[in-house]
Design a binder for this molecule. Sequence first.
Ligand SMILES: Nc1ncnc2c1ncn2[C@@H]1O[C@H](COP(=O)(O)OP(=O)(O)OP(=O)(O)O)[C@@H](O)[C@H]1O
Ligand SMILES: [Mg+2]
Length: 209
Amino acid sequence: MSSAYDQLLSLLRRYISQINAQNILARAIREVGIEKHQVSEAHLGELASKLEPSLRLFLRPAALASLQSELGSIGRPSAPLESISLAIKQEADIATARAQARDMCEKLGARRMTIQKLATVVSELARNIYMYSHGGTLEIHHAASPTSSLTVRAVDSGPGITNLDDIMKGNYKSRTGLGAGIRGTKRLCERFDIKTSPAGTTVEAEVAV
Ligand SMILES: Nc1ncnc2c1ncn2[C@@H]1O[C@H](COP(=O)(O)OP(=O)(O)OP(=O)(O)O)[C@@H](O)[C@H]1O
Ligand SMILES: [Mg+2]
């Protein structure tokens, strides 16, 4: 049996019973004019449209829409890139960024610990933009491959970090001591790069999801 067939069947089984799933899938395959073992990713679009009338009988519109969106992602090498971009100007923007980061993680089905990690990274970087520059941007990108990860990119055109070496070596004592600071944030990340100059600061931090 082809793996495309197995994937289709197991997806349908999450929405309808095994016997109904097998029956309507068998009928759709016949209508496409192929055999079960010939089902490949190339047939998924056609099969999805043949399945639709039968699925309408079993599913409410919301469930049907959700199944159709899942059908659309079978066989794709990676999910489409999801991104958000936020201006950080006022203190309230830090909470907004944090909430959006959580939201993005939840949509990806991330574990609680990962959500907490990303929310911390986002708040620390957004807070630094708010406190030490005249405002900037915070972006979060999701990449599904090579491994699933979220990259936070914090960009500002502030005065730059003059004592970055000391901060990274742990020789700098945080003034407020409110959070993890840059050094603590780095420890939460798989990758953490800072580019800073008198023209501004860019931080890229990657967290596995
Ligand atoms: N985006 C930035 N632009 C300019 N300077 C920055 C920026 N981010 C950090 N800094 C400087 O680097 C120092 C260290 O930042 P870090 O986030 O590690 O600690 P903190 O902000 O002082 O305290 P905490 O984050 O623990 O509340 C800051 O005090 C500030 O002087
Ligand atoms: Mg800070």
